[in-house]
Design a protein around this ligand. Structure first.
Ligand code: SAH
Length: 504
């Protein structure tokens, strides 16, 4: 697997600055061990006028197979052989993208310790990849790279066998990109699009792949005409992750469309902005946890009570399993943002018949909310004064009575783990209270008992052994008459029968 990056220059702006940008000395041949083989970096030419860096990844196909990766499809003998005899060593695939991110990490981030001004400079660049697998054909390669700002995207199909042109073309192309770009932008585009074109991502798709994609796609992916295809293929067509990523791209678009609302539109992104790793934002984990429970209980008609700016409503709309989605909030302003996010006005009839936004206060009973499969109160209760909480309790559990109720709220014990939070502070200016795990459970337990629900607790976010998870969630399930009889029977049975080990 091979790719070269070249630039031209002059005595005042020497091409060899490429060495600084890549953090690799033009005078040396260097080797780096990566998880799939050895990556070599060297400079076939390095003068003030022209400088070319080559990245060669020597893949160890046997190691690849041992790691349980790069497998052929199915269990046929051919597939077994394909594990060893495959194109991995030669073609610039996702493995090259991984090597690229490992070897040129700093360059990808757009940083340069010795010459901090360099990464921001736009330079004449030329990237050549002699053998690029191109699932989707040369045309797709062009459609993917052209919007990234390259002046020229040259795609030449590679014949299957040069001596037998009648055999036609292979599925590989030779790609030459030329244009004036920042090096980091060029590398980030490659990092995302190589695996997209390979479309056979070899490594395990973990949740943090979405973060990687967002990072590498910053500044271009949201506006790319093929962002849907790129996202889905990059995430190996993993449905849920793709959905997450598309949602986050939508936030980026909305934020760009209305600069002033950047922070408000997604404080989720904010929560992680300062951390080096940029883990999955807590708000995204919370949404995932909520969606998982809703799916598990098979809800189709769902209330999002205190829906705010509509992030959850938007996620629900994407899944046809939800036939009726109602967002309720007391804030007209939040509802307006939600309507904009959902593009309610431009929505087709079929979609718009599934969703409704309503203004209303949860402190009052509301007949329109009766009879739903599930209601979500995500980060809402802490916005009400404690004295108003019984009113909300009655409106939701006494009057609306959905089959399932999900309530999430911050776990105040976790606050000591937020570095940016001064001791004793709540997480949000509008939080009237924040509860410990014990306080939350005590409230939820009483609510359940008063209104005929069973309650279970689900931690959301990384659980700390001492202080618990950052967010706590209670899942209330309405007890049926049969359940109540059952519970009573079990309770009686338990008192009647001597416990194991007890003397009869
Ligand atoms: N559920 C969203 C928003 C949480 S912010 C999320 O998880 O991201 C809390 C929301 O509750 C705000 O939008 C606020 O307007 C709304 N809210 C507060 N008190 C309310 C009340 N009494 N009735 C309805 N909504 C209320």
């Amino acid at each position: 697997m091979f790719l070269t990056i070249s630039t031209t220059g002059s005595p005042e702006r020497p091409a060899t600055d490429l060495g600084f940008l890549l953090h690799k000395h033009p005078g040396k041949v260097q080797a780096f061990s990566t998880s799939h083989g050895t990556a070599h970096v060297f400079y076939p030419e390095a003068t003030a006028e022209r400088c070319t860096a080559g990245l060669l990844l020597e893949v160890d196909p046997v190691a690849l197979v041992r790691r349980g990766q790069g497998k052929g499809r199915g269990g046929t003998p051919d597939a077994a052989l394909a594990q060893y005899v495959n194109d991995r060593p030669y073609a610039a695939s996702s493995l090259l993208a991984v090597a690229l991110s490992g070897v040129f990490r700093t360059a990808l981030k757009g940083e340069c310790v010795h010459r901090p001004e360099l990464p921001d400079e736009v330079r004449p660049l030329r990237v050549e990849i002699p053998a690029l697998p191109a699932r989707g054909g040369p045309d797709l390669v062009r459609r993917l790279f052209a919007p990234l700002g390259w002046d020229s995207v040259e795609v030449t199909p590679v014949p299957l066998d040069e001596t037998f042109p009648e055999w036609g073309d292979s599925r590989y192309v030779r790609l030459v990109l030329e244009g004036e770009l920042r090096l980091a932008d060029a590398l980030r585009g490659l990092y995302v699009l190589l695996p997209v074109l390979d479309d056979a991502k070899h490594y395990w798709i973990a949740a943090d792949e979405v973060d990687k994609l967002m990072r590498a796609g910053e500044g271009w992916l949201a506006e790319h005409p093929e962002s849907g295809l790129i996202t889905s293929r990059y995430l190996a067509r993993h449905k849920r992750l793709t959905q997450d990523a598309l949602e986050r791209l939508e936030l980026v678009r909305l934020a760009e469309a209305d600069g002033s609302e950047v922070e408000e539109l997604d404080n989720a992104v904010d929560e992680s902005r300062d951390t080096e790793e940029r883990p999955v934002p807590l708000a995204v984990k919370r949404r995932d946890a909520i969606l998982a429970v809703l799916r598990a209980v098979g809800a189709a008609r769902v209330l999002d009570l205190g829906c705010g700016q509509g992030q959850l409503v938007q996620a629900l709309l994407k899944d046809p399993a939800y036939t009726e989605i109602v967002g309720v909030d007391v804030s007209v302003r939040a509802l307006n943002v939600a309507a904009k996010r959902l593009r309610l006005e431009r929505m087709g009839e079929r979609q718009s018949s599934r969703v409704r936004l309503m203004q209303g206060s949860l402190a009052y009973t509301d007949k329109r909310l009766a009879g739903y499969d599930a209601a979500v109160l995500s980060e809402v209760i802490e916005h009400l004064d404690l004295e108003r909480l019984p009113a909300l309790e009655y409106a939701v559990f006494g009057s609306a009575r959905p089959r399932t109720v999900l309530v999430t709220t911050p776990n105040v014990e976790y606050n000591v783990r937020w570095e940016s939070l001064p001791a004793g502070h709540v997480r949000h200016g509008d939080h009237r209270f924040e509860w410990t795990r014990e306080e939350f459970r005590s409230w939820a337990g009483q609510v359940a008992a008063r209104h005929g629900y069973a309650v279970a607790y689900v931690p959301v976010g990384d659980e700390d052994p001492e202080v618990g998870p950052p967010t706590q969630m209670a899942v209330f399930t309405q007890l049926t008459d049969a359940d109540i009889v059952d519970t009573a029977a079990t309770a009686t049975a338990a008192t009647d029968t001597p416990k194991e080990g007890e003397a009869a």
